[in-house]
Structures are given as C-alpha cells and as structure tokens.
Design a protein around this ligand. Structure first.
Ligand code: ADP
Ligand code: MG
Length: 618
C-alpha cells in the first residue's frame, strides 16, 4: 500500500482515537462527546447505506435505537440477564420489527416513504412512553454496566473503546458490503427498479434487507447507549432524534462511509457548542440550536449538497493528479488496487449450456398489448434462431419497444404466448426471464453514472453468484467476488472497452455507454440478447463500432433481437427482419427483400440509402 495522504490521515486519526482516553489530562467531557459521536455514527452508518446509497429516506431510525436500548434495559433489570445476552435479543427483536415495518412502508414510493417512516417513528416513541412495564415516560433505571472477563465498562473512558470498536468494525463491514455483489444490488436501487429487476435483482427484497441492516446498526447503538447511561427514557428515541440522525448523514455526505463519522462528529460538537454559547449570547435559555441547525442545513444543502466528506477528500487530493487513491478510502466505490488484484486471481464462472446453431431460441406467438383502447402490439409473431441477428424495425410509435417489453416481462401481455427455448415465459417476472438467459439493454441508457464501468458490468453477473449481505460484510466473499469481476473484465474486453474499467460510467460518451450496457447484458451469460435502439443518438463512427461488436457476437454464436428505428443501421447487419407499423406486422423477410418492399418504403417515406456505409469494412 502506498502511503497516500488519505491513509496517513486515517492512521493519525486512529492513533488519536486510541490515545485520547489514555492521556492523563484529557477532559472528561471530551470522552463523553466522543462516546456520543461513536453512538450516533453507528446509526448514521445505517443511513448511509439506506438513504445515501439505496435512496430510501428514513426519519425513524431513532426508534430502532430505542428498541435495542429498551430490550436490553428491560431484560437486564427485570431478569438480570447479562448484556451480552440481551444484545442478540435486541437484535432479533429489532430485526423482526424492521421486517414488519419494512414490508409495510417500503412499498411506498416518492415522498410517501419518508412520511411513512415518520409515522412509525412517532408510533414507537409513544409505545415506549405508554408501556407500563417500560416505566412509561420515566423509563427504566439501574441498568448494569457491560462487563467482559471481569472488566467492567462502567466509566465513560472504559466503554469508549467498546463503542469505537463497534464503530470501526461497522465501518469496515459496510465498506466491505458496498464493495460486493449485494452492495451493487443496493446501489442499483437508485438506477430504478426496472433496470435492477432486469438483472435478476429482487428489489423489494434488497430494500427490506438493507432496511433491516440499518435498523440493526441502530439497535447496537441503543444497546451501548443504554449501558453507558445506565438509565433510559423515551426522549432520545423520538422523531426529533431521527431527524438529527438524517441531518448528520447529510452533513457528512450521505453516500460516503466515513462521512457518517464526520457528520456525527460535526453535528454533535456543533450542538454542544451551540448549547453552550447561544444562551449566553442571547441572554435567555431555550433550544435555539435547533433553529441555527435549520438555517445551517439550508445553507449546506445549497453550497455542498453532497456533504462535507467530498470537500475534505478534495482538499487532501489537491496535490495528486487524479486523486482516485485517496477517494477510495472514503467513498462508496471499491478500491482500485483491490479490484486489479482480485481480477487477476479469479477463475472463470461456469457457463450456460447453449443451443445448437439454427435452433429456435425465441418464439413469439400472436402477442398482443392493449393500452386502454390503443392496440400497441397487434398479434405479432416471429422467431429468433440461435446465431442470428433478427431486426425488429418500424417507424416511431410502431410498437417495437412495447414488443420488447412484453418479451422481457417488463409489461404484462394482453394475450398470446412467448416461448424461450421451448418454455413459456409470458407471465414470468423480468428477473425470472433474465435468469433463464435473456439479456437486454435499454432504449434510454440505464447505467449507474457514479459507479465504475467495471462495477456496472459486474451487476449484470448478479445471478451468477449467491453471495448475501452477511458474507459480503465479513469479506468472506472475496473469491466469488473476484470471479464476478473477472467476468465483467472479460465482457468489457470482448466489446472493446478494456481500457475503461475504472472510469465512472457517467464520464463515457453515449456510444460507449451503450456498449457498456451490452457488456453488462453479456455478463449474465445470455443465450439471447435484446437490444432496444442501440444506435440511437450515436455518431457515425460509433455506429460502425457497434455494428462491429454485434457481428463479432453473432460469430461467437449469440442470438440477437435488435429493435431499431434506424433502417440503414440494420440493413448491413441483420439476417432477418420484421417490420412493424401501428402495432401490426407490415412485412417480414431478408433485408434485401425488405429493402425493396413498396409497403415498407412507403412507411419509411423512402428513407433507404443504397450506398449504406456500414456495408463497407470498418
Ligand atoms: P416504438 O418503440 O416502436 O417507437 P412503442 O412501443 O414505444 O413504439 O409505442 C407504441 C405505441 O404504444 C405508441 O403509440 C405509444 O404511445 C403507446 N404506448 C407505449 N407505452 C405505453 C404505455 N405505457 N401506456 C400507454 N401507451 C403506451
Ligand atoms: Mg421504442
């Protein structure tokens, strides 16, 4: 490892963290402040995953802190259980409650989700405050300290290490998670459910599991808090606290793992200082810091919407040319050196058994789609054989994309049958169809712009591994992860983008992004590749390059269904064409036949150019 500025900063911070309580004259209130920063960091770390990365906003995390705290408080005071037993008990209770709440609220979309989290945040708060056995609003007192091998974490200085051990372990776990198969699935939630589902990701399930993960981190924080305070009441578990946790995440930089610690630190210290100074300045008591926080948040959202962490890493990186090495310490993107290393060592993934050349791969039998009174697809039939490129062409609005969506399971079919390698797939979900070996691209590019090209493509191989969040968090997935990365690299090289592995997908030209989408589809080891207008918006040279890639894929035995508006593009490329107009099949045949078909010419208003340049060698 190179001693970059980021790594030096990390080591210095770690040394200060360890030395702080050991120094004889460290003021006690510093220790207390650090303890609270650590406790908040755990909760905020969950929000980084849930909100910053997954895009699911929650105002209710404080309630999960409360469940962890109350579970341990009740069991240790009533039944005198060891806190080491009540920690798992609290985690189980939190996990179950989060599962139920998640099943109900995560179905909500847009603004309704945050509103939903406020609703259950308030409910749980009042539940804590109204339960007789939880001491109502007075709470529970006389909690025992946590002990380990006869050592009691009674004082702030003692529990300090325990808290920060949990924080560091959680940071490492979340980082490991983000740099893995389930981590990519979480990040894909931001790319829209349609895209993620097309690569076999069960988005509902991923959302719920991330939600539980974040809740468990909050629950650990609650357990530590309860045994630090040795008494609990409902106040710190209300929606106010939930808002503050979210505030911390935003201040630190919601998409950055270390931003969680930074946000928790900045907000905790600022609150403490404001509580000290504001009453003196204003000459009266009151919670004025809340008002100041509100103003600061608005200011921050305007000046630094991605939070403070990117600004700080930016300062560190000013000296270096591109600064990716320092970034990797803190951002949610995986480490470059680790990727290179793991890719080299990997063993290729197993491949699907493929059909013999000429076998019918896809058979569409009189499929129909009605949108209200509009017949978008009117009893269309066609076949795609192994090793051929079939073109589905037609003017705008002809129903090509709708046909595409019926085959890929994105839209439910009104009637008709779709058979893939002889099995009915109409009625299956997009992710089930993807699992059978149908890869696709999108008419409007749907990459994750902030993620590397390599990771975007590795997402396509999602179904070729089964690594879950637990294994990923413990970094027990390295071998399998390396195989997925190796597959992504292989596919990127196959389509000629081997030099862009660690580039952010959003930095590529549109034509390259479309080819990245093809590589992502290939990473799923498809038998059939469906491409929706891959040439749209491309410059001439990019079209030639794309045609070259598709011809090469066909030569390797891939079956391709190409949906195109651009007739010139398909002429030199396809083996067989179906022409659609107003939802119906207008013509079918070899490109040569189609080219001279008067009905087709009329539909396209003479848009065919015989000197089509794609026929010339690129
Ligand atoms: P193409 O891809 O050939 O340009 P589409 O399949 O996108 O055409 O659209 C075919 C017709 O179906 C158009 O008239 C379009 O307006 C209509 N259409 C497509 N999707 C929907 C939808 N979700 N709801 C209603 N109408 C739709
Ligand atoms: Mg279309």
């Amino acid at each position: 490892m190179k001693p970059t500025a980021g790594r030096i900063a990390f080591v210095v911070a770690l040394v200060v963290l360890i030395a702080l309580p050991l120094a004889p004259n460290t003021p006690e209130f510093w220790i207390t402040l650090m303890n609270y920063i650590g406790l908040s960091s755990l909760v905020v770390l969950g929000l980084v995953l849930l909100t910053g990365v997954g895009g699911l906003t929650s105002f209710g995390q404080a309630a999960f802190v409360g469940i962890g705290a109350y579970m341990s408080g009740y069991l240790t005071t009533m039944y005198h259980l060891s806190p080491w037993l009540t920690l798992p008990a609290g985690l189980v209770a939190t996990g179950l409650i989060a599962l139920v709440i998640g099943l109900v609220t995560l179905r909500l979309s847009g603004h309704y989700l945050p509103l939903g989290t406020i609703a259950w945040g308030i409910s749980l708060y009042f539940l804590f405050g109204n339960m007789e056995f939880l001491g109502k609003y007075d709470g529970l007192n006389g909690l025992p300290p946590i002990t380990l091998f006869g050592w009691s974490f009674e004082k702030g200085r003692d529990i300090y290490y325990l808290i920060w051990l949990f924080v560091i372990a959680s940071v490492l776990a979340v980082q490991a998670l983000l740099d893995s198969r389930p981590g990519r699935a979480i990040r894909a939630l931001r790319g829209g459910a349609g895209m993620a589902e097309s690569f076999g990701i069960n988005t509902t399930r991923v959302k719920i599991v991330v939600f539980i993960y974040a809740a468990l981190l909050a629950s650990i924080s609650g357990w530590l808090y309860a045994h630090l305070q040795r008494s609990i009441n409902p106040t710190p578990f209300g929606v106010n606290a939930g808002i503050e946790y979210l505030f911390m995440a935003v201040v630190g930089g919601a998409a950055h793992v270390w931003g969680a610690l930074l946000g928790a630190g900045v907000v905790t210290i600022a609150r403490d200082q404001l509580q000290n100074w504001l009453p003196r300045l204003l000459g009266t008591n009151g919670n004025f810091e809340i008002i100041v926080f509100g103003v600061l948040l608005v200011f921050l959202l305007q000046r630094a919407p991605t939070g403070l962490w990117p600004i700080i890493t930016g300062l560190f990186n000013r000296g270096s040319v591109r600064g990716t090495d320092d970034d990797e310490l803190g951002t949610a993107t995986p480490t470059k050196s680790a990727s290179v290393r793991s890719v080299r060592e990997a063993e290729p993934l197993p491949k699907r058994e493929r059909p013999a050349s000429g076998d019918v791969v896809l058979e569409v039998k009189a499929i129909r789609k009605e949108f209200g009174g509009l017949v978008a697809v009117n009893d269309i039939s066609f076949k795609v054989r192994a090793g051929e490129i079939m073109g589905l062409i037609g003017p705008n609005g002809a129903g090509k994309s709708t046909t595409f969506n019926l085959v890929t399971g994105v839209l439910p079919i009104t009637r008709g049958e779709v058979l893939f390698r002889g099995d009915r797939i109409d009625g299956s979900l997009a992710r089930q169809i993807s699992a059978k070996g149908v890869g696709r691209t999108f008419q409007h590019v749907q990459l994750l712009p902030g993620m590397t090209v390599l990771d975007n493509v590795a997402l396509g191989a999602h179904l070729r591994s089964s690594v879950g969040m637990l294994r990923a968090s413990l970094r027990l997935d390295r071998k399998e992860e390396a195989r997925l990365r190796y597959e992504a690299v292989t596919q990127l090289k196959r389509v000629g983008l081997g030099n862009y592995l660690f580039e952010q997908a959003g930095n590529l030209a549109l034509g390259q992004q479309r080819i990245v989408e093809i590589a992502r589809a290939l990473a799923s080891d498809p038998v059939l590749l469906l491409l929706d207008e891959p040439a749209a918006g491309l410059r001439f040279k990019e079209k030639v390059a794309l045609a070259g890639v598709l011809k090469q894929l066909r030569a390797e035995g891939m079956s391709i269904l190409l949906v195109e508006h651009d007739m010139e593009f398909v002429m030199g490329l396809t083996d067989h064409l179906v022409v659609m107009e107003f939802g119906s099949k207008l013509a079918e045949g070899l490109p040569k036949e189609i080219q001279s078909n008067p009905k087709v010419l009329e539909a396209y208003l003479g848009g065919i150019d015989d000197d089509f340049a794609l026929e010339q060698p690129a």
